[in-house]
Design a protein around this ligand. Structure first.
Ligand code: FPP
Length: 241
């Protein structure tokens, strides 16, 4: 937990509106995704400057595999290129990089670039990262819950009595986000107000913030405004204060 409780420990962003941004400019959708990388950079800086400890970004959902092949392959190339370009500067800043999702669906080349980037940005023993940047790739909330349920069932199949006694925190251990605090704030750009199969389990008590800006137009100032709004929220977790 962040020592200043008005600063969220974990901010998560559903980056939306790249396609519309590109269309407004009469360009191909991939042009909007490429422009969106600038916003990623801005938010990493703004998060680190504000004392946020975890920044997670929904970069590609399980459902996004159903987009036209050209867009999917364009996005995968952009991920590869972005990882290769940005890792040295993330490492220099002390940002730990992590990718979570159904990674078996990614190409072996991309998977290996991800593993290398994760290893390269691992802080030295005993050192805490300035910020942990998590990219959700080929991720969906229902997929995560299902894979967790399968793993849990497998682990306890020989001990149904023990399985019966498990609670919410025990289940948490099987989610891909295990060890990462649940998001305090979920931001969605482009004016949409849906969770879109994102962190369904983990966002149970997240504060939700929708902003009209399309993702490529979302910059440091937008990020700070979102944190300001978060600071005014009264989080009761279903209880009475
Ligand atoms: C949603 O906009 C955006 C995406 C599906 C892709 C986001 C990816 C990036 C910004 C690349 C970032 C790279 C890294 C490594 C994090 P949309 O296409 O759904 O937009 P629309 O709703 O206007 O069509």
């Amino acid at each position: 937990m962040n020592s200043n409780s008005n600063i969220p420990t974990h901010v998560s962003i559903i980056m939306d509106g790249n396609g519309r941004w590109a269309k407004q400019k009469g360009k191909e959708r991939i042009y909007g995704h490429a422009a969106g990388v600038e916003s990623v950079r801005a938010c990493v800086e703004a998060a680190a400057e504000s004392g946020v400890e975890y920044l997670s970004l929904f970069a590609f959902s399980e459902e996004n595999w159903g987009r036209p092949d050209s867009e999917v392959s364009g996005l995968m190339s952009l991920m590869m290129q972005t990882i290769q370009n940005e890792i040295p500067s993330l490492k220099e800043k002390g940002v730990k990089f992590k990718v979570l999702g159904n990674l078996e669906r990614l190409s072996p080349e991309l998977r290996s670039a991800i593993s290398k980037a994760e290893a390269d940005t691992e802080p030295a023993e005993g050192m805490a990262p300035l910020l942990t940047l998590i990219i959700f790739l080929s991720y969906s909330g229902k997929w995560d819950i299902l894979q967790a349920a399968k793993k849990m069932a497998l682990e306890y199949s020989g001990n149904l009595q023990k399985m019966e006694s498990l609670g919410v925190d025990d289940f948490d251990r099987f989610l891909v986000t295990h060890g990462i605090p649940d998001p305090d704030l979920v931001i969605r750009t482009s004016g949409e107000k849906r969770i879109s199969n994102y962190l369904l389990w983990q966002s149970a008590y997240s504060e939700f913030y929708s902003v009209d800006a399309l993702w490529p137009d979302f910059g440091k100032e937008n990020f700070r405004l979102a944190l300001e709004e978060y600071g005014k929220r009264d989080r009761r977790y279903g209880k009475v204060k």
